[in-house]
Design a protein around this ligand. Structure first.
Ligand code: RFL
Ligand code: PHB
Length: 389
């Protein structure tokens, strides 16, 4: 098998890259180790930045998103039983975000790829990237029990944190931080208890109220990193959420049947550089952020937009200038998102063993954000998104 761009992984990064390349007249093959149903059901991100929304529309993948996505003009910060709304358009000159789940973005992109794009092979597991430093990089993969080779001009590792592509970038350097807590996430068949996301800091730990649709809620609780989701009964989860979202007014939490629950560990990670020869890394394959800033999917989108532009420039002019700049261009935005995600995480989570002094500092940071327009604007700008490229 031969193609111009071999893409490993059919998460949002790989699928959107294939779509952007297709629109630019560049052929590609996507290899995905899981089956289609698994990829379409994996519960993950829920928030699209304005820039991501624009990219999906321009790529011709925004039709259902525009019909079913929910535009959000703000979030609520909740602490010390108080509520504070951050008004995005007022603080950022009109920017907002969209609630449209990653599962739906992936479903839309898969349908388009199968209808109009190049090959997308499910149950095709990449085993290794070979010859990344040569003109003829290859991906060795296993498809339904048979080992095969995909020969490419370029290979892009969009295979997430646990993928194989990163191992083929030698002499790299990685930067990592783990956190002593994770998120217990639930999906529940109940209308969201608030019309915008609520980020709550509480002495018992962080909680987040999000949603998937007007009738489906998505909620998270900070829990110790080694928590078993099945150790929490539905009633215990609702009781704990109620405590952490408590306010002095008459706000109340709606309960409903929980249809899914799982625990996500939290990690910050960056691999530099994001390229070796003709192998490029994009999305979670190169960097991870804790979910508190809602940045992971949006970072993946920024990477592949930058890469698709560079590959189109190479095809049109023969110049590798933009490909050479790819890693540095992406990393600048990546580190801004790392910084913001870290700040949001440490702002809102309680750390086991924190001193009373550290607790007070955390409340002072929240007080600052909710009383200074400059501090609040900084949060609103970062949340609604850093420019791509
Ligand atoms: P993905 O989505 O992990 O996709 C990688 C794909 O590669 C496949 N794969 C392989 N295929 C072939 N051969 C191999 N050897 C392979 N190894 C792996 C995998 O099966 C998979 O299909 O990476 P990608 O495309 O870079 O996308 C990144 C995003 O998925 C991720 O950053 C976000 O989900 C993070 N995230 C959030 N991001 C946001 O922007 N906003 C949010 O609100 C948000 N909330 C979240 C999140 C992530 C969460 N979890 C579960 C980590 C909330 C949670 C709870
Ligand atoms: C989600 O809806 O899954 C979600 C929203 C905001 C975040 C993280 C996750 O910061």
């Amino acid at each position: 098998m031969r193609t111009t761009v071999g893409i490993i992984g059919a998460g949002p990064a790989g699928l959107l890259l294939a779509r952007l390349l297709h629109n630019a007249g560049i052929d590609s093959v996507v290899l995905e180790s899981r089956d289609r149903a698994y990829v379409e059901r994996r519960q993950r991100a829920g928030i699209l930045e304005q820039g991501t929304v624009d990219v999906l529309r321009e790529a011709g993948a925004g039709e259902r998103m525009d019909r079913e996505g929910l535009r959000h003009d703000g979030i609520e910060l909740r602490f010390a039983r108080r509520r504070h709304r951050v008004d995005f358009p007022a603080l950022t000159g009109g920017r907002s975000v969209m609630v449209y789940a990653q599962t739906e973005v992936c479903k839309d992109l898969i349908a388009l790829q199968l209808k109009e794009g190049g090959p997308l092979l499910f149950e095709a597991e990449a085993l290794a990237v070979e010859g990344a430093g040569t003109d003829r990089p290859r991906v060795r993969f296993r498809h339904r029990g048979t080992e095969e080779v995909l020969e490419c001009d370029y290979v892009v590792g969009c295979d997430g944190y646990w993928g194989v592509a990163r191992a083929a970038v030698p002499d790299g350097r990685s930067f990592e931080r783990t956190y002593p807590f994770g998120w217990l996430g639930i999906l529940a068949d109940v209308a969201p208890s608030h019309d915008e996301l609520v980020y709550a800091r509480h002495d018992r730990g962080f909680a987040l109220l999000s949603m998937r649709s007007p009738s489906v809620s998505r909620l998270y609780l900070q829990v110790p990193a080694d928590t078993d989701a099945d150790g929490w009964s539905d009633e215990e989860i609702w009781d704990e959420l109620e405590r952490r979202f408590e306010t002095d007014d008459d706000w109340s939490l709606r309960r409903g049947p929980i249809t899914q629950k799982s625990v996500t560990p939290m990690r910050s990670y960056v691999h530099e550089p994001m390229r070796h020869g003709r192998l490029f890394l994009a999305g979670d394959a190169a960097h991870i952020v804790p979910p508190t800033g809602a940045k992971g999917l949006n970072l993946a989108v920024g990477d592949v937009v930058t890469l698709a532009r560079a590959l189109a420039h190479r095809a049109a002019t023969g110049s590798e200038e933009l490909l050479d700049a790819y890693s540095a261009t992406c990393l600048r935005r990546v580190w801004q998102a790392e910084r913001f995600s870290y700040d949001m995480t440490t702002l809102l989570h309680t750390v086991p063993g924190a001193t009373p002094f550290e607790d007070r500092l955390q409340l002072a940071r929240l007080d600052r954000i909710t009383s200074s327009r400059a501090a609040e604007t900084d949060l609103a700008e970062a949340y609604t998104g850093f420019p791509i490229g």
